[in-house]
Design a protein around this ligand. Structure first.
Ligand SMILES: C[S@@+](CC[C@H](N)C(=O)[O-])C[C@H]1O[C@@H](n2cnc3c(N)ncnc32)[C@H](O)[C@@H]1O
Length: 195
């Protein structure tokens, strides 16, 4: 399963390197850090943007009390097909994170309390990143906790700094996790809260 997952991730990367933005799925250690303190229910759901091969999702599976306490949105149709096979008990749909708010509204699920965002902002086209950040703002305006990860090697590069500054100006100082060394490449998680 792990090898298949790595292979499928690599295939997705080769098909669209900038949209995938990573060469391997997140490790269990990074997934644990991305999910620390997340306790969703039907009225306080978790929304995952950029599900990939489900490296984080598989740990969420045990943490959600019901199907409707989770929504995953992934752009790549091939990945979504496999995700739906591997996670038939979870709401994972093909869609664009730049339309996340209306997708969530149309499905009539509970309020998004946790936003787990795995999108590679640093490599996405500027206008896509901006649209996604506009969507994120809609959830944050309603009271939400946003969590992202950033790779250590790119942490001090201008696009990564710019993203953090943008989010800091809007949502205040973030909470940064210790460096997760057991991930390829090592990464930090960052959390902003408007609750
Ligand atoms: C860095 S990977 C993370 C995958 C997985 N969550 C993990 O941690 O291993 C980013 C994922 O975001 C997806 N993605 C990129 N742009 C997207 C968009 N606009 N809407 C939804 N998903 C997108 C890519 O297809 C890819 O699967």
């Amino acid at each position: 399963m792990r090898m298949n997952e790595n292979l499928q991730f690599l295939q997705a990367f080769l098909k669209n390197p900038l949209k995938v933005g990573a060469i391997a799925p997140s490790s269990p250690e990074l997934a644990a850090e991305m999910l620390a303190g997340i306790h969703p229910d039907d009225h306080n759901i978790v929304l995952e943007l950029g599900v990939g091969t489900g490296a984080i999702t598989k740990f969420l599976r045990g943490a959600i009390p019901s199907r409707d306490s989770y929504l995953g949105i992934e752009l790549d149709g091939d990945l979504v097909k496999t995700l739906n096979k591997n996670f038939p008990d979870m709401n994972i749909i093909q869609g664009n994170a730049a339309e996340a708010y209306s997708i969530h509204q149309e499905l009539g699920l509970g309020k998004v309390r946790y936003l787990v965002c795995c999108l590679p902002f640093v490599s996405l086209p500027k206008e896509v990143s901006e649209s996604v950040l506009t969507e994120i703002a809609k959830f944050m305006d309603e009271g939400c906790e946003l969590r992202i990860f950033q790779y250590a090697h790119g942490y001090f590069l201008p696009p990564a700094i710019k993203l953090r500054e943008f989010l800091k100006n809007r949502y205040g100082t973030s909470r940064r996790s210790p460096l997760v060394l057991k991930n390829m490449p090592p990464a930090f998680t960052l959390t902003w809260s408007t609750i």
